[in-house]
Design a binder for this molecule. Structure first.
Ligand SMILES: N[C@@H](CCC(=O)N[C@@H](CS)C(=O)NCC(=O)O)C(=O)O
Length: 277
């Protein structure tokens, strides 16, 4: 592997794959790599995604909407295999020029939506659900929604990458990102000390956005880092994460757009409620 002491050249050029789990899909340019249209189902709402923490936010939101009595939230969820580069097809790039799951289309309005936070907000506004109407409570919800969008890259792209996925472990980035993730967990823990949910007494899109990353982290479902981070110390986060995990719609949303030879509960595509029943 590389010498840990690296002197950057004057101009960076791509010389060799970096190694590591995501090396085969990383590219220094945007745009499609191949022509392929996306499959489209019968429902107005179409989702192209994979069951990663960012993907799960949207399937949980859709299942929550259905559970709350919004039949218009019926959806088709198609699997995008990011490890195989499906996110670089011409059809996917038309919906999300940033080539990342989740990507979403509302055929009723013709609106394309990308970025998981934008998809959650779009659905919350379309159905008038999981986003308080009162200006102060709505703003507090959006504060935390945008906090998640800005903070989780330090968890996934920073801590998770260097602690779990990097082909070699380097102390400097692991220290730097562990410090930040423990600060974020401490912030969530203090926030949840006197409220049931992230933005207050109500379960909102802030919980739906934050739980798949930080809830999964303290429950040991991502990065295998519970002991390393002393996650047991964040008791309020654990209480909240466990409560959210018990919601039936969360359990359903977690099963969509996932594949495994060992887990027969998971479904790679979802086109009707009966696919999950
Ligand atoms: N900020 C984006 C992040 C989306 C994202 O990073 N998606 C990852 C999977 S969790 C992805 O598609 N990676 C494929 C790639 O980078 O090529 C969002 O919240 O929607």
């Amino acid at each position: 592997m590389n010498d840990p002491i690296y002197t950057p050249p004057a101009v960076w050029t791509e010389e060799a794959p970096s190694g590591g789990q995501f090396a085969s899909i990383n590219r220094p340019i945007s745009g499609p790599t191949h022509d392929k249209t996306l499959p489209v189902g019968e429902h107005p709402l179409q989702l192209w995604s994979q069951g990663t923490p960012n993907g799960i936010k949207v399937t949980v939101m859709l299942e929550e909407l259905l559970a709350a009595g919004h039949p218009g939230a019926e959806y088709d969820a198609w699997l995008i295999r990011i490890g195989e580069g499906d996110q670089f097809s011409s059809g996917f790039v038309e919906i999300n020029p940033n080539s990342k799951i989740p990507a979403f289309l509302d055929r009723e309005t013709g609106v394309r939506v990308f970025e998981s936070g934008s998809i959650l907000l779009y659905l919350a506004e379309k159905f008038g659900a999981f986003l308080p109407k009162d200006l102060s409570a709505r703003t507090e919800t959006l504060n935390w929604l945008f906090w998640q969008m800005g903070s989780a890259p330090y968890l996934g792209g920073g801590f998770g990458h260097f602690y779990k996925y990097a082909p070699e472990k380097y102390e400097y980035p692991i220290n730097r990102f562990t410090m930040e993730i423990k600060r974020q967990l401490d912030l969530l823990d203090k926030t949840l000390a006197d409220r049931a949910f992230i933005a207050g007494d109500e379960y909102t899109i802030a919980d739906i956005a934050i739980w798949p990353w930080y809830g999964a982290l303290v429950r040991g479902e991502v990065y295998d880092a519970v002991e390393f981070l002393s996650a047991h110390e964040y008791t309020n986060v654990i209480r909240w994460a466990d409560a959210v995990a018990e919601r039936p719609a969360v359990k359903r949303g977690l099963r969509v757009n996932r594949t495994s030879d060992n887990n027969t509960d998971w479904i790679s595509e979802r086109h009707s409620a009966t696919d999950l029943d």
